[in-house]
Write a protein that binds this ligand. Structure first.
Ligand code: ZN
Length: 150
């Protein structure tokens, strides 16, 4: 089923338009508050810690799996045929405290269901890749590169 049938994010919201513009260019950004030296994601209007202004900064292109789940039916019809597939919560390097949810892929072009048999564990290293779903929506995704011991 085409990605257009998926529930896709709105990409022109002023709060997170810069995030989606960056993913279309193959860059992953999070917000940073200089006043209290904290990183934030998902995007916000101001720092939830000190109410200071937030600036966009790049996140690392690799990270570690903080948690994961294997998604099974019942699911919405657009996702049913893809299951089971893996969804990971990743801590990208260079942006302490940030955790991002994304699909685990085996290669940048693989179906998300191909990850179902990938042996993964919390702490495993992953690298960032991007998957363009529509003209507006490019999702950050992750590929496992090594176990947590490496
Ligand atoms: Zn702050």
């Amino acid at each position: 089923m085409a990605a257009e049938a998926w529930i896709l994010p709105v990409t022109d919201n002023p709060v997170d338009a810069a995030f989606w513009a960056a993913t279309r260019q193959g860059r992953l950004l999070v917000q940073h508050c200089e006043a209290c030296a904290s990183h934030h994601f998902p995007p916000r209007v101001f720092c939830p810690g000190c109410h200071g202004p937030l600036a966009w900064v790049p996140a690392g292109e690799s990270g570690r799996i903080w948690s994961f789940v294997t998604v099974h039916p019942p699911l919405l019809p657009a996702y049913q045929a893809l299951a089971p597939y893996r969804v990971v919560v990743v801590e990208p390097e260079g942006v302490p405290g940030i955790r991002m949810i994304g699909n685990l892929l085996t290669t940048p072009d693989a179906d998300i269901g191909a990850s179902r048999d990938t042996a993964i564990a919390i702490g495993d290293r992953v690298r960032l890749c991007f998957r363009q779903l529509t003209e507006d929506v490019t999702l950050p995704c992750w590929i496992r590169i090594s176990s947590k011991e490496n």
